[in-house]
Design a protein around this ligand. Structure first.
Ligand code: FES
Ligand code: FES
Length: 208
């Protein structure tokens, strides 16, 4: 079963912090911030007080270590889109209810709009840019095309990320399991049936 960021026991913030940050722009955060070496190894540090100014935020995204300076109140979604120009991850509700911003954190789905980027330090982040390429689509992405599993396409990156996580965890999901796998993703165009067929198609091909 997939897990959303608000369920995580780690970190200091999530939605309560984000709400507070919205009310008061200048805040400091007490956080456990692991560092990540060039080799991608984690080194746990003691909790530190950071902010409200920018701090270095070093993340492992799609296998690459990337670092930018940003306030510790920056969400993972903002960091991806505004600081790394990784706009495949979409912003729709910006409040953890639609799944358009879904990314994988250590292989599990999270709503990147609802977690702080600093809480993702030391973890493996996978965005839709790290799942196939236009020249080399995954079987699941090909199945989305073949089964016409999109209309406007705005929910599609989040759907692809969630369905990829589902097939990673369960290569042969039944229809109920597929529905459960995309339960956190809203498609306003209503392409659910085609998405389910796409996942089944990719599953039959043994792909992801
Ligand atoms: S934009 Fe994050 S859940 Fe909707
Ligand atoms: S295809 Fe338009 S929101 Fe899903």
């Amino acid at each position: 079963m997939n897990k959303r960021a608000d369920d995580s026991p780690e970190g200091v913030s999530r939605r309560h912090f984000l709400k507070g940050a919205g009310a008061a722009a200048a805040v400091v955060t007490v956080a456990k911030i692991p560092s990540v070496t060039e080799a991608g190894q984690e080194v746990s540090d003691d909790p530190v007080i950071v902010g409200p100014g920018s701090i270095p935020i070093r993340l492992k995204i799609n296998g690459e270590i990337r670092e930018v300076e940003a306030p510790p109140s920056t969400t993972l979604l903002d960091l991806l889109r505004e600081h790394h120009a990784m706009t495949g991850t979409k912003r729709v509700c910006d409040r953890g209810s639609c799944g358009a911003c879904t990314v994988l954190l250590d292989g599990r789905t999270v709503d990147s709009c609802s977690m702080l980027a600093i809480d993702a330090m030391g973890r493996e982040i996978t965005t839709v840019e790290g799942i196939g390429t236009p020249e080399n689509l995954t079987d699941l992405q090909k199945a989305f095309v073949e089964k016409d599993a999109l209309q406007c396409g705005f929910c599609t990156p989040g759907m692809v990320v969630s369905c990829t996580a589902l097939l990673n965890q369960n290569p042969t999901p039944d229809r109920d399991q597929i529905r459960q796998g995309i339960a956190g993703n809203i498609c306003r165009c209503g392409t659910y049936q085609n998405i389910i067929e796409a996942v089944e198609h990719a599953s039959r091909k043994g792909g992801k």
